[in-house]
Design a binder for this molecule. Structure first.
Ligand SMILES: CC(C)(COP(=O)(O)OP(=O)(O)OC[C@H]1O[C@@H](n2cnc3c(N)ncnc32)[C@H](O)[C@@H]1OP(=O)(O)O)[C@@H](O)C(=O)NCCC(=O)NCCS
Length: 183
């Protein structure tokens, strides 16, 4: 079948950063790609309502195409080792997680800007350090964090679990480096 020459044109796309609302939770599943994290999104949103977390979104046309979640001034056990590290006085730390940008929009600066904006939000909320974990098999992401002045301070087995949308507990084992940056 001959279809002739098909059109090609440029899109001028506005990206607006904003904090997630309840109506975003379904959209964060990205049409099935992250349906298994449905409960996790809901729990994070509830944490946001309690003032413990923030869900920062990069929005185009009302749809979240990028995201990073922030655990503000965390006090949970996992990080006690960080707080007690020699030479590093206990200070408020924010933890960045679930950073992702839709595949077709990667490599255009959205991820970098999400991290920088998350850092600003952490400072506003009293944190003087930012931490992030990166899987050992994700050198590109690690390179991005290094470029933004994050340094590795410890390794972690990266064992955690979540309950998926069917109610099944999923155990994750993703060995990672923990990286930090003074804000
Ligand atoms: C990592 C990620 C959030 C970066 O967002 P982005 O908008 O693509 O990033 P930017 O355009 O601001 O910066 C580009 C840099 O991000 C990193 N990067 C780009 N694509 C990536 C990918 N698919 N996976 C991991 N890192 C990637 C690289 O360091 C890249 O720099 P380079 O082009 O010089 O190699 C995004 O690529 C992504 O969602 N990747 C898949 C999920 C992921 O790995 N999340 C991080 C978990 S720790």
């Amino acid at each position: 079948m001959d279809v002739g020459e098909l059109p090609r044109f440029r899109l001028d796309l506005d990206v607006q950063f904003r904090i997630a609302e309840e109506s975003d939770l379904e959209k964060l599943e990205w049409y099935g790609q992250y349906t298994h994290f449905r409960n996790l999104f809901r729990l994070t949103y509830e944490g946001q309502l309690r003032g413990e977390r923030l869900m920062l979104l990069a929005d185009t046309n009302g749809f979240p195409v990028g995201q990073v979640f922030i655990l503000l001034n965390q006090r949970i056990n996992l990080w006690q080792s960080v707080l007690n590290r020699s030479g590093n006085p206990p200070q408020q730390r924010g933890y960045l997680y679930a950073l992702r940008v839709m595949d077709h929009l990667q490599g255009q600066g959205i991820g970098t800007r999400l991290i920088l904006e998350a850092e600003r939000l952490m400072v506003e909320n009293g944190s003087s350090w930012s931490t992030i974990s990166v899987a050992k098999d994700n050198p590109r992401a690690m390179q991005l964090y290094s470029r933004l002045d994050y340094d590795v301070y410890m390794e972690d087995e990266g064992r955690w679990s979540y309950v998926d949308h069917t109610g099944k507990t999923i155990n994750v084992h993703e060995p990672c480096y923990m990286m930090e940056k003074r804000l």
